[in-house]
Design a binder for this molecule. Structure first.
Ligand code: GAP
Length: 455
């Protein structure tokens, strides 16, 4: 793989994919804004996920729940008490770190802090003289736990304000709507609820571009099934999550399963699919067997009966849940990493090219007049194609330079309008990956492109 984080950050900034957040004010740590190209890619990623896990799954339904939820939701889910990271401050330079990250970095991944208690982590850091990544000293405060939920308040007067939270995961919006969805769709267990939306976490050590941010989007799918079938469905979603990535174009050599050593408070089994990011093997998505924990807790805290009644046997039970969760931004970073390539051309020049699956490329085609005096016909073609796909138009600079610009953002097809177009209504179509060109009738273009961008 040829991508480094620096190369990706520079390319993204220079080509309108992702910019640093609030940049003209000096930025705002670990926030990023998607530009004109980036927003298209991310939307396409979300669309591909939705198509696979909601549209094509006969028994799955979508929701778009509120970000701000009744605070009792987070008490029921356990987030107000258990959603925290072990933080330590460097006494010398006052920077804040996660104890588990310090241990992982120091041991180069050989020691797994997930299986350690806070006391064991403190002892390890002391005994191995783990140093502060900022100043190199080894003098830390004891571990304190730090809740990751962002708080805000709701109320009209200062006195009457209630603390509410920006949701740290979208999943709870699916759980609290379990009965609504089941009743309104008359869904029979097993069935799924999928959602895409923003989540917020006051991460102590965010970073690595869009890998870990404080505001991000999640694509989550909860599969409600009967206890006893949960193991089977867990395996099913492990495979479905893997297949989705491979179908998007990921090399299986760059993916691996990793079982969790320490299970979250709600989980019976959990694993990640890791991807070989420029920072090394790291979590891309998670598959969790959440048992009946969430629905049972919401039943307890809300006082509402969350049982499902089997329409055939009349049996009542609280379903188990298999969750598949993936960050849209993290998948975007993985897709950028996977797509990035530098090729040496016959003339010795280097071409940077993003080999995205055409389904997620920002623009499906770039329409390029060979010369400016062909722009009228080229613009008309661009307008026509834009009714069917996201396209771009470029008449600035040599045709070679325009091809390079499109290669760098991964546009799968460059359509050139030349003097023959005026005579016989044909255009050349250049393939991004092979750089080969074919000549086809402009009337066949839509059909040609539609076939290639199917997912
Ligand atoms: N509902 C379960 C849940 O939220 P998680 O493992 O904490 O599980 C799921 O998060 C996915 O969300 C991760 O695999 C990752 O892709 C993404 N994610 C989590 N925290 C993130 C962050 N701070 N920035 C970007 N993506 C994040």
């Amino acid at each position: 793989m040829k991508a480094t984080m620096d190369k990706l950050v520079n390319l993204c900034k220079g080509r309108g994919i992702i910019y640093p957040g609030s940049e003209i004010y000096g930025g705002m740590g670990n926030t990023w804004d998607y530009g004109p190209v980036g927003v298209e890619i991310k939307n396409n990623i979300k669309r591909a996920w939705w198509k696979r896990f909601v549209q094509e799954s006969e028994n799955s339904y979508g929701v778009d729940a509120a970000i701000l939820m009744n605070s009792r939701v987070w008490e029921a889910s356990g987030h107000t008490t258990s959603f925290s990271d072990p933080k330590m401050d460097c006494k010398f330079c006052k920077t804040r770190h996660r104890a588990d990250n310090l241990i992982e970095a120091h041991s180069k991944g050989k020691v797994n802090p997930d299986t350690m208690t806070n006391e064991e982590m403190e002892a390890y850091i002391r005994e191995h003289h783990v140093t502060c990544p900022k100043c190199g000293k080894s003098d830390f405060t004891p571990i304190r736990t730090f809740n990751l939920m962002f708080e805000t308040s709701r109320g009209v007067t200062e006195e009457g304000q209630n603390t509410i939270y920006l949701r740290p995961e979208t999943a709870q919006g699916e759980f609290v709507n379990f009965l609504n969805v089941q009743r309104t769709t008359r869904a029979k267990v097993p069935f799924g609820i999928g959602q895409i939306g923003k989540a917020f976490r006051n991460e102590i050590t965010p970073g690595n571009f869009i890998f870990r941010t404080i505001e991000f989007e999640q694509m989550e799918h909860q599969w409600f099934c009967k206890k006893g079938t949960d193991g089977e469905w867990y395996d099913y979603f492990k495979k479905a999550a893997w297949d989705f990535l491979v179908d998007l174009g990921f090399d299986p050599e760059h993916l691996r399963y990793k079982d969790h050593d320490k299970l979250a408070h709600y989980a019976k089994a959990a694993c990640d699919i890791q991807y070989l990011f420029p920072i090394g093997w790291s979590e891309l998505n998670g598959i969790h067997n959440r048992t009946d924990y969430d629905l049972s807790r919401h039943a307890e805290f809300s006082g509402k009966n969350m049982e499902y009644t089997d329409p055939v046997t009349g049996e009542k039970y609280v379903p188990y849940v298999i969750e598949y969760s993936i960050g849209a931004d993290r998948l975007m970073l993985a897709a950028l990493t996977e797509a990035y390539d530098e090729e040496t051309l016959d003339n010795g020049e280097t071409r940077v090219v993003m080999h995205f699956n055409p389904a997620i490329a920002a623009y499906k085609a770039a329409v390029l007049p060979l010369q400016k005096n062909l722009s009228e016909g080229a613009r008309a073609l661009y307008k026509k194609l834009s009714k069917s796909f996201m396209c771009t138009y470029d008449e600035a600079g040599s045709i070679g330079k325009r091809y390079r610009r499109q290669d760098e953002i991964g546009t799968p097809f460059c359509v050139t309008v030349d003097f023959d177009t005026e005579k016989d209504n044909t255009v050349t179509v250049r393939d991004r990956d092979s750089m080969e060109q074919i000549r086809i009738s402009a009337d066949k273009l839509e059909e040609y492109i539609a076939e290639k961008i199917k997912f």
